[in-house]
Design a protein around this ligand. Structure first.
Ligand SMILES: [Zn+2]
Length: 110
């Protein structure tokens, strides 16, 4: 088992877990039962996401990186850097040319 993500809260952990599973990795979340007493408060470091296969660690970290990027830039449309099409915030790739959308260049809407 390899630790690949420390979630901010239960929902964050579940989404990261879903991302890994969608990528074909065997993953589990730990610590979700410890966070109940803390209610809505963030439980950083308590909820963790692990993968079963150490050989998949880099793949898992790539998926997590993509997940975190999508999370930060959620809902923010950005022009494709390759063809200029506007890509909705919930897409990580251009629908037109399949280029990855580089949202790091875009301002974060608070
Ligand atoms: Zn494009």
């Amino acid at each position: 088992m390899v630790l690949v993500y420390e979630a901010e809260n239960l929902i964050d952990g579940q989404l990261a877990l879903d991302e890994l599973r969608a990528g074909g990795l065997q993953a589990v979340m730990k610590g979700q039962y410890l966070s109940g007493a803390m209610g809505e408060l963030p439980a950083a470091g308590l909820i963790t996401v692990w993968i079963a296969e150490p050989l998949h660690e880099q793949r898992a970290l790539d998926l997590i990186a993509g997940y975190e990027r999508d999370k930060r830039y959620e809902q923010l449309p950005a022009p494709c850097t390759s063809c200029g099409e506007m890509i909705e915030g919930n897409f990580g790739r251009c629908w037109n040319c399949s280029a990855w959308v580089d949202r790091e260049q875009q301002p974060v809407r608070e």
